[in-house]
Design a protein around this ligand. Structure first.
Ligand code: 4NP
Length: 169
């Protein structure tokens, strides 16, 4: 299969893979659908820590996604591994600690694929990273979903551009 016919692959990464990155995965799928790119992009998520491996997303995050109108399609937490560096085209850590951990696990040759979620935050947001809601309130979970929703069209636009550039090469 040529480079151009490979689906583009995006991986969202957080700590536990039960709150932020599964939410990013769901919000991204909705944005891709909206952009007419569903089916052309593979979206996945994982955590840098293994203590929730095999778990479903946190019920508080599923509830926040549902309050914002997203439907949850099922996910089990898994841990980032070195092979993810070659498997994905874009790897998106949710916070600065996730970024450092991703760079530790992946070979340096894949470093250019790693772009923090904050790269797509709307201008004027008070956050420098996707805040960890795990010990937070319902409002903190809602804020994560809102921040992801506000950022995802920008990420999808960049994915579209990267796919177009790849098709030209
Ligand atoms: P996530 O949130 O990284 O967004 O999935 C967390 C999940 C679990 C823990 C911390 C953050 N924990 O400490 O168990």
């Amino acid at each position: 299969m040529s480079e151009a016919t490979h689906p583009y692959r995006v991986l969202f990464v957080c700590l536990g893979n039960i709150c932020r990155s599964p939410a990013a995965e769901i919000v991204c799928r909705a944005a891709l659908q909206q952009a007419g790119l569903a089916g052309q992009v593979v979206v996945d998520s994982c955590g840098t820590a293994s203590y929730h491996t095999g778990s479903k997303p946190d019920s508080r995050m599923i509830a926040a996604l549902q309050r914002a109108g997203y439907s949850y399609g099922g996910h089990r937490a898994r841990t980032l591994c070195a092979a993810d560096g070659a498997r994905f085209d874009l790897i998106v850590p949710q916070d600065a600690e996730n970024y450092r951990d991703v760079c530790r696990v992946l070979a340096a040759t894949h470093a250019a694929k790693v772009v923090p979620m904050s790269h797509w935050f709307p201008a004027g947001t008070r956050h420098g990273e996707v805040p960890d809601p795990y010990y937070g309130s319902e409002a903190d979970f809602d804020e994560v979903v809102q921040l992801l929703a506000q950022s995802m069209d920008g990420l999808v636009a960049d994915v579209r551009a990267a796919m177009a550039a790849r098709a030209q090469s």
